[in-house]
Structures are given as C-alpha cells and as structure tokens.
Write a protein of this length. Structure first.
Length: 611
C-alpha cells in the first residue's frame, strides 16, 4: 500500500505536468473551462470540455450585388456552441477589412448597403468564435458590387434618313423598374430634349426617330444620348456626336457627249448633294429603245468624268445617263440623253490628257482607230493659243504614246493634239487639249507621304505622321517666320472639302500660332472628318536634310499629337479613295531664294491610307 504522503506527492507532480502540458500545447486563443477534476489536499488535475474550433463559411452571393443585400454565413460547434460570428468585407487590393455585422444567433447574417461603397470586386469572410474561445476564419468568397447601371446607345451611323431605329442596351441591371429615354441636342450644344416616341421605353428599349419631324432641320447635325433612371438616379450613355439629318437625295445630270461618237470619248456627269455629299456617280449607257443599262465607269471623286472606249460597241444609237449616290445611301438618276450614235466605221483619234501640270519626263498618249488601218499617229504640242505645232513623236502601233522631256521647252502653258494618218493616207486631227502647264523650276515638291502610328489605320490619331519632300534644300524661315527647322509646336488642321469648295476629299494644312505654314495644302482624297466639320490636332513639325537620288533635299515631317478641337472623325477604308495630292506654296524658297513651284504633287507608291 502506498503511503498517503507519497501518493499525494505523486499526484501533485502529475497535476503540475498536466497543467504545463495544457499550457504548452493548447491553442493560444483558447479559454476552455474545466468541468471535471480530481482533487486532493495539495493539487488537482482538470480536463477541458472543448478542444475543437468551430466551422464557418460565407454563402456565395448570387450575381452582382446592388442596393441593400443580405450576407449570410453558416457556423457550428458541436461542443460548447457558437458565441458570435463577425462578417466582414474587403475591397480588392485593400489591406484592411470592414466589419459588416456581428451576429450571436443563427442564422448568422447581416444587411450590407452596397450603395455606400464603390462599384467593383470585394472579398467576404466570416470569423466564428465558440463559447470555449476558439476562433475560425472562413475561406474568402468573391463578390461584385455594381450599383451603377450601364447604358449604351447604338450608333445609327453618320447620317439619319427618314425614320431611324434607336436602340438602347442596359447593362448591370437588376429587377428594375427602369425609365429609359433617348435625347438629342444640336451638335456641340448641351441643351438636351427627349425625342418624341423615345420616352418611358420598355425592354428591349428601341424606338423610331422621325427625322422628318418639325424639330429637326434637314442638313443639320445632332448629338444623341440615352438616359436611364433607377431609384431616383439617372445615368447617361456616351454621346454619339454629329449625326446629320439627310432627307434629300442628291441631284445629277448627264452631260451630252455629242454625236457621232467614235474611239475613246470623255463621258461627264454633274452631281451635287448639300447634306451628306456625293459618294459615287455611275455613268451608264444602253442601246436606244431599251432599258439594258451598263455601267461605263464609276467615279467617286469630282469631276465626275471618265474616258470610255466605244470601239467595242456595235454601231448604233445609245442612251447615256448618270446615277448618283450620296453618303447616306440615297440615290438619284438623271434623265437619259437622246440617242447618240456610236460609229467606229470611220477613223477616230483623241489626245489623252497628260495632266494639268507637267514636269521632267512626261508621257504623252493618244488613242486612234480606223477601219482602213492606222498607219501612224503624230503627237504634237504648241504654245497655248497658237498654231505653232511641233511633233513630239509619231508612233505607228498601239499604244500610241511616247516620253517627252518637258525641259526642252520653256515653262508655261501648252496645247496638245494628235493627228491620225490611216493606211490610205487620209488624216484626222483630234480635239485640242489646251492650257496644260509645264513647270520645271528647280524648287518643287517631289512627294508627300503619311504613316500610321499606334492608332487605327485610316483614322487620324496621335502618333500619325505626314511628310513633305522637296527637290532641294529649303530655307525653314520661308516656311514659317523665324523657324530654324528644329522641332516646333504646330497645329494640324483637316477641313471637310465642302467647307472650302474642294473638288475631291478633305483638305489638310499646317498652322503655327494661328498663321499658315507655307507648306501649301494636301487634298487627302478621302473623308477623314464628317460633313462640314473641321478638326485640329496639336502636332510637332521638324525639318531635316536627307539624300534623294544623290542630292541633299529637305523633308518636313509633322507628327500628330492630341486632338485639340473638333472630333467629328471618320475612319477611311485603307483601299478607298485615291492617292493624296499636295499643292506646295509659292512662298516657300530654297537656300538661294528661288521660289517653289506650285505644281501639284501626287503621292507616290500604292494607295495605302496610312493615317
């Protein structure tokens, strides 16, 4: 039998060991109560009733959270039970948690007014503590808060004709209800008015815009936007700018080509449209007495003229007409000419137009036809208004053309013609092409090029570039007063051709401190800004010397910066239009003071629309 004293000593040591063990290995957050114990006179040993932490999880919210929502957690503890659950939220990227509520009874939930926080991504968690003092943190649950409703108005295009369907799309919506309307304002103003028939729209939020209503002026441009009101808050879509109302078709007429017609002839039409502008003109022909119209040519830029080879058509009577289409898609057809006779049973000859300005080596071409056979075609020139004709060449086979060194004559205006001699010796003389300019001044433009930066091809935006190449070294101060060629701030301006009476595309020029830089202007041969609009960009201009064909020449480069005014921009199809034409200024001079030719310079290389 163990003596009492020894037994008590052993029990005391065991009690100490047990106490130390529970202190060393129990969780530091536990405050577990002892409910069972063994007691002797000097020591005791106790066992905890709860050694297990609780379980807790946040229920995944359904969809995007808006307004006041309920966040719920589940928690359990089989031993001592749950004392409390703390539910918290944390914005994405944040480092601190915000307590939403502390709940002590199941179900553990709280309301969260998401209108008091920013839209975006959040994390949710719950911390459960049991009655023994153990705590557990739940896994993170992702949630998205979105109280701002997205509203998008589909663009009706650059032009509005008749009744146009306007469609609004709502994003990030809930149960609703939503009050949707579409508004308009005169372009560039801020006075917004609801469009009749486009208020209190129900899903799918579409409505007709009657552009013929009294409120709208034909040829005027309007800005459009949609608005949605929900819970007293109104959200607006992005503004669609400069939608032109165009309820007028173009007008067109066919110029009588004359009769009889033979060989290659010039066909010409007239076309105008004061609203959206003429997009293209078809010139067509049909045998007399029929409606079998065939397109002879399609012209997209004025003048609406083309050369047409009649030699492939049977002899007989033909009608001619033009069909014009404006940029909004409306068409008009001219009256047909009376029957014009095509007869290629006799000789015909025509001088092809070499262009308004000739320089260096120019190609001169004639077309000729004869049922007796063509023996030769003499191509001739004479000083403008005289009969002093000089033969350049006499080709005997098609194509009837030759290269002519224009530097062999003095600069000035010249006329051209061709004389056909058939194989029977009969001669026929073409109509005269008059007043073609020969300009071989040593100072001239030789090329204009554009390049796209990092933006959209075919659209003027930051980083794009245009360069002007001269035939020699230029005096920068003649281009802009006081300029030494170093990088300087300028303004690049593009105006719709209709504003300046241009015969083809939009016009580009460069300004410095509001004054024109003496680079002249560029016909972009495409529509980069909307009808009757002007846009300007901040830009940087630099002049450098490069070597072209072994000679030092000046290249002026303008790099486009940010858009400063306007913004009614279009993106030109990379295969549309025609090569640009640069008309230099006569105020620009070389280092010796010689003025520049104003002969237009056509962009070299293929059509690329590189802006």
């Amino acid at each position: 039998m163990i003596p009492a004293a020894l037994r008590n000593a052993v029990l005391g040591v065991l009690a100490v060991v047990l106490v130390l063990a529970t202190t060393a290995f129990a969780p530091g957050f536990s405050s577990a109560a002892y409910t069972a114990q063994t007691v002797n006179a000097s020591s005791s040993v106790a066992a905890a009733a709860d050694w297990t932490p609780p379980t807790v999880a946040v229920q995944q919210p359904a969809g995007t959270l808006r307004d006041v929502v309920t966040i719920t957690a589940t928690a359990s503890d089989a031993e001592t039970g749950i004392a409390q659950v703390v539910i918290s939220a944390q914005a994405a990227g944040a480092t601190t948690w915000t307590t939403l509520c502390t709940d002590t009874t199941a179900p553990y939930s709280c309301t969260w007014d998401t209108r008091l926080v920013a839209d975006g991504s959040y994390g949710l968690r719950a911390v459960a503590t049991d009655k023994a003092g153990y705590s557990t943190t739940s896994a993170l649950v992702a949630a998205t808060v979105g109280n701002t409703i997205g509203v998008v108005l589909a663009s009706p295009g650059d032009f509005a004709v008749g009744s146009v369907v306007l469609s609004t799309t709502l994003q990030n919506t809930g149960a609703g209800p939503y009050a949707v309307r579409v508004e308009y304002a005169l372009a560039g103003t801020t006075t917004w008015t609801s469009i009749t028939g486009c208020t209190n729209l129900a899903a799918p939020y579409s409505c007709p815009w009657d552009t013929t209503a009294k409120a709208f002026t034909n040829g005027e441009s309007y800005d459009l936007r949609s608005a949605v009101t929900y819970n007293g808050t109104t959200t607006y879509s992005s503004v669609i700018t400069d939608v032109m109302v165009d309820n007028s078709a173009p007008t067109t007429s066919m110029v009588d080509p004359g009769s009889p017609l033979s060989g290659t002839v010039t066909l010409t039409a007239n076309a105008t449209d004061s609203q959206s502008g003429v997009a293209r003109v078809l010139i067509q022909y049909a045998p007399n007495g029929t409606s079998n119209w065939t397109t002879a040519c399609t012209v997209t830029l004025p003048p609406y003229t083309c050369r047409f080879d009649t030699t492939g058509l049977p002899t007989g009577g033909y009608l001619f007409r033009s069909v014009a289409t404006d940029a909004s898609g409306q068409t008009a057809t001219s009256a047909a000419t009376t029957a014009r006779t095509i007869d290629n049973t006799v000789a015909s000859v025509a001088m092809e137009d070499p262009g308004a300005y000739l320089t260096g080596t120019a190609t001169l071409t004639a077309t000729a036809n004869s049922t007796a056979g063509v023996a030769s075609v003499a191509i001739q020139y004479a000083p403008n208004g005289t009969n002093t004709w000089t033969t350049v060449c006499t080709p005997t086979t098609a194509p009837f053309s030759c290269a002519w060194n224009t530097k062999t004559v003095a600069d000035g205006l010249y006329d051209f013609r061709a004389i056909l001699t058939d194989k029977t010796g009969v001669q026929k003389t073409s109509a005269v092409l008059s007043s073609r300019s020969i300009d071989n001044r040593p100072v001239r433009g030789i090329d204009v090029q554009t390049a796209n930066g990092t933006g959209t091809a075919g659209r003027l935006d930051s980083g794009d570039m245009i360069s002007f190449t001269y035939s020699t070294r230029m005096n920068p101060a003649s281009l802009s007063a006081g300029w030494d060629g170093s990088a300087t701030a300028v303004t690049l301006r593009v105006r719709d051709g209709a504003l300046i009476g241009a015969t083809s595309g939009d016009a580009l020029d460069i300004l410095r401190s509001g004054a024109a830089v003496n680079l002249g202007s560029v016909d972009l041969r495409g529509d980069y800004v909307k009808t009757k609009k002007t846009s300007q960009w901040n830009a940087t201009m630099t002049a450098t010397t490069v070597t072209v064909n072994g000679l030092p020449v000046t290249v002026v480069q303008v790099v486009v910066g940010t858009l400063s005014t306007g913004g009614a921009l279009r993106t030109v199809a990379t295969t549309a239009g025609a090569n640009m034409i640069w008309t230099p200024s006569s105020l620009a001079t070389d280092l010796g003071g010689t003025t520049s030719s104003i002969a237009p310079v056509t962009e070299t290389g293929g059509l690329d629309r590189e802006f």
